[in-house]
Each structure stands twice: as C-alpha cells, then as structure tokens.
Design a protein around this ligand. Sequence first.
Ligand code: NI
Length: 396
Amino acid sequence: MREDVVAWRRHLHAHPELSFQEHETAAFVAAQLGALDGVEVTRPTATGVLARIAGGRPGPTLAIRADLDALPIVEATGLPFASEREGVMHACGHDGHTAILLGAATVLSRLREQLPGELRLIFQPGEETLPGGAAALVAAGAMNGVDAVIGLHLWAPDPVDTLVVRPGRLMAACDVFRIVVKGRGGHIGIPQDAIDPIAIGAQVVAALQHIVAREVDPLEPAIVGVTGFHAGDSVGVIPETAVIAGGTNAFSPAVQELLERRIGEIAAGVCAAHGATCDYEWTPGYAAVMNDEALTARVQEIARELFGAEAVRGGTPLMVGEDFSAYGQLAPSCLVLLGAGNAARGIVQEHHHPRFDVDEAALGHGVRLFAHAAVELLSSLPTTSVSLDPNKELAR
Ligand code: NI
C-alpha cells in the first residue's frame, strides 16, 4: 500500500481545504472508498464521510477516525507537492491521517469475509476549529452501536519509528473565552473624563495569570492564555471598548469549572475597580482525550508486536485539545501519537508551522497499526465489552 498511501497524502497535501470547507477532500475520500469492494459509503454531513465494512460473521463494531482539514497558513516547505492554494496548508498532518485510513480501508476491505463484526471508518471535517466536526458526525449517528474507537495523530516532535500509546489522560480539554471591557471613550488629552478600556484591559490580562499561579491545585495542569487584544485605532482617541480573547486548557472538570467562573469574576472585578463594566462569554470547546485503560493496553500490545517494545512509549499528557474526545465519550477510545519527525532529514518543525512536514515512513506504520489493530480488536472486543458493559452483554 505504501506508494498509494504516499501518493494520496501528496495529492491531499497539494489541495488543502479549511475546516468545514473540505468538499474536494471529502469527494476524493468517498471516490477512493467507493472503488473498494464491500465498502458502504455515506455522507452524513456536508464534508464528512462515513464508511462501513461488514465482516463475514457477527461481532463487535470498531470505529477508526481520521480528520480532513487544513489550516490558514502560507506554506513555506518548498516541497514539490506543496499547497497549490495560497494561504491554506496541511500543517498538522491531517493529510497523512486521511491517507493512512484510506490505506487501512483498502487492506481491511480485502479481508472483510474473514473479519467478525463491523468496521466503521469516520473521516471527519473541522478538527482545527470549534465546535469541531466530530460532534456533528456523532449527532448523525456515526457512533451508533460502536463498541470501541481508535485513531492516531502523526506527531512530528517524536521521531519516526516510535509511537506513544498512553492510557488515561492524553490531551487536555480546551475552552475559549471572550471579554469585552466597556469604558468611556474620549480625548487622550482629557483622560479624567474618559474610562480607558485599554489600561483596564491590560490589568485584566495580567490579573488572569493569577488564577493558575495561585488558585489552581499545583498538581493539576491548567493554562489560561490570552491570544487576542483588540482596541483603538487612533493615537488621540481613548476607545469605548477593548476586546480580550483567549482559551483555557485543563484535564480536571473541576479545574475547568474554576477557570470558567474565575475568569469572569476577575474581569468583572478589575473593571469595577476602575469604573468600567464588561461582558463575558465562555464557550465550551473539546473535552479531554482520555484513553480507555483496557483498550489502550490491547493497542499497546499490538504496537509492541508490530514495531518492537522499545518503539512504544507511554509518553506524557499534552495540553493541546483534540475533538477525538467526542467519540471517546460514547465508547472506549484510544488515540495514538505516531512519531513523524526525522532530525537527520530536517523534518523538525512543530505542528502548525509554515515549514511543517512529516516523514512519510510514518504513513506505512499507520496503515499497519490500524489494519492489525482492527483484526485483533474485532476478534477480542466482545471480551472487552463484557467488562465494560455487562448489561449489554446480558441482553445478547
Ligand atoms: Ni491535528
């Protein structure tokens, strides 16, 4: 499969599409899947693709997920298959995820008569942008009857030929907030008659740092990040308002609740101290990616058999968000980080960088991992289901 998978990845890389605009990408995926025997393809959302491969006998249902979207970045890799769309780039490896799952679909469709149960292949739009594409696919029934779900993220900070299979906390929940500081506009030379939202907003930004430093349990990871501050457009004018935007990351729901409440209280308090008011908006983002212990132990074993024990690490939790968690809230889930960096070949840029690239050897590893995991898990999941959901098993 390797040449095909690399060719698909390069095609997708050259033709990136932004979140929820993945029309050509979804059509390409649907066409590739449609050419395979025994693969039922549906389009549950405008740019999402769902494929079903029914096995030759009854058994569990395993879902495997890939994401389709690119980022608003001007590519600077100089690769022969670099983006042909100015300002749009596959700078997170989702082109690779899609190609890998197409490769796995090809292999597994050929094995379908020998497989028990059902494979559900989810190609989702919009991983990079809230509210995320996973929620709409879940709402459209993509997870109905699914006993377990797996996925992978190419991970360039880790070297190719290695992978992280981590039980429990893998990626943090992420939420976003927006504060509008409302002062009173006026002349910069008559500040006593104005209420300056820029000076007050600056204090709000500084005061927000206090939450993680002094209010969150030091043993619980948390981030409060301000990523936007917009106010004013003239040297002589104190503007009416300042808009502060940012995001938070945490694993513990209690910490999430604390951040949501305290950001609003601190903004309101600092504003009140200076005679201003504020509007505060909190938008829930993605839940934390929590890898199921039992399923992840199985995937660890499979990965060790395929790539050697020394290639598989437990890694550490990451504070970035991933809407793979939307599937994990409905079934035991495991997201793997597949090493894709290669310092010797200069593939060292971080994700979302204009020169981001992956070592394409990782694509073959991804296909092998998904294909073997599908075969192994479809054969062993009923046992897993007993321990996870006795009522369901009793009802059989
Ligand atoms: Ni990504």
